[in-house]
Design a protein around this ligand. Structure first.
Ligand code: BGC
Length: 360
């Protein structure tokens, strides 16, 4: 009797442990990009002291897998879903499912579009990311010079951020495209729209369609090589390259560096990936944008806690997703170049010094 009771008790405890409800589900787009491994690592760190049970799942670039992840989490009775969509529009169906199950939905870094089932958006100030690229390139153009070679690249059209980054970049670059400071060398749509300060989403989509990297290293490399093959010699020499993130920036930078007619290039990025910080130290990438993932993770966790307590998280602005003005709290970004890399990346504790060589 005693023994049976003991076994029954043990079973309950083990089962309780194995099948315990997960309170917060976190779904990230892919393990194949260092950016999202950064987020996973920072989440796992922060969750140690968060005081609730959570689980991180990856969608591996597949919206069907993303939806299956969300369904699995709903069946584990999550209260809050923190999700960075692979494809902003496709993820609406998963958000709707969660909402129907009474789950609060927090869009993480990327906005889920065309649904009212998004409660909150934690994000960086993506407009300022793009503007930082444009400001940086502008700062490298000799004053009063004309006809400087500009190459534009963008993220995936399925990612709402790609549009916001582009909008920010355009806000800084367009006046200097319009006045002839730059000639855009790889997008005739951008050339055709050069006198429009504010583009419609459709116009942005036309340009992004020509210069997209799909956030993919190989696509970025192939596109840069194709652009260089098509470009005449006078479109090379000194070039200004607006690259949308660190992974694609390294691929594009390598392609430009390999072209004998390219003498000097300036290239942007974002994410402060370790490999790109090394590229910056080595003079192979000009800048990156530090988006401190620790802040984003904390904002997401605090929002989840607020919802579980029946409260609402802090709101400082709204982002329209096509169906709703989603309450949000965008976080500031930092431009990192060779000049401040030690201060912003190492001294700040973002990455340890032993990840890099040649850091002064
Ligand atoms: C993120 C970037 C990231 C890119 C590619 C964007 O939505 O904001 O940090 O580099 O996706 O994954």
């Amino acid at each position: 009797m005693k023994r049976t009771l003991f076994i029954a008790l043990l079973f309950t405890v083990v089962a309780g442990f194995v099948f315990a409800d997960t309170q917060v589900g976190i779904v990230l787009p892919t393990k194949d990009e260092p950016r999202w491994i950064q987020d996973q690592t920072r989440f796992l760190d922060a969750l140690k002291s968060a005081g609730f049970s959570a689980k991180v799942l990856f969608s591996q670039g597949d919206s069907a897998k993303e939806k299956a992840n969300v369904e699995a989490l709903i069946s584990e009775k999550i209260k809050v879903l923190i999700i960075c969509p692979q494809d902003g529009t496709a993820a609406a169906a998963a958000a709707d499912l969660a909402h129907k199950a009474g789950v609060k939905v927090i869009s993480y870094d990327r906005l889920i579009r065309d649904t009212t089932s998004v409660d909150y958006y934690v994000t960086f100030d993506s407009f300022m990311v793009g503007k930082a690229w444009g400001d940086y390139l502008n700062s490298k153009v000799p004053a009063g010079s004309k006809g400087n070679n500009l190459y534009l690249y963008a993220g995936a059209a399925s990612d709402n951020n790609a549009f916001i980054f582009f909008e920010g970049a355009w806000s800084a670059l367009q006046p200097k495209i319009a006045d002839g400071t730059y000639i855009v060398r790889n997008s005739d749509k951008a050339v055709a729209l050069k006198n429009k300060a504010k583009l419609t989403r459709d116009e942005e989509a036309q340009i992004i369609g020509q210069v997209t990297t799909n956030w993919n290293f190989n696509d970025a490399k192939n596109k840069a090589e194709a652009n260089l093959t098509a470009a005449p010699k006078e479109a090379k020499g000194t070039v200004y390259i607006c690259a949308p993130n660190d992974g694609t920036a390294r691929a594009i930078a390598d392609a430009f560096a390999a072209d004998k007619d390219v003498k000097t290039y300036y290239i942007t990025g974002q994410d402060a990936e370790i490999a790109s910080i090394q590229y910056i130290i080595d003079g192979k990438q000009s800048m990156t944008v530090l988006k401190d993932v620790r802040t984003l993770v904390n904002d997401a966790i605090n929002a989840a806690v607020a919802y579980m307590k029946g409260q609402t998280p802090p709101v400082t602005s709204y982002y329209n997703n096509g169906k709703k003005d989603v309450p949000a709290k965008p976080t500031a970004i930092v431009t990192v170049t060779k000049d401040n890399v030690k201060k912003e990346i190492v001294d700040s504790g973002y990455w340890p010094a032993d990840k890099f060589t040649g850091l002064k």
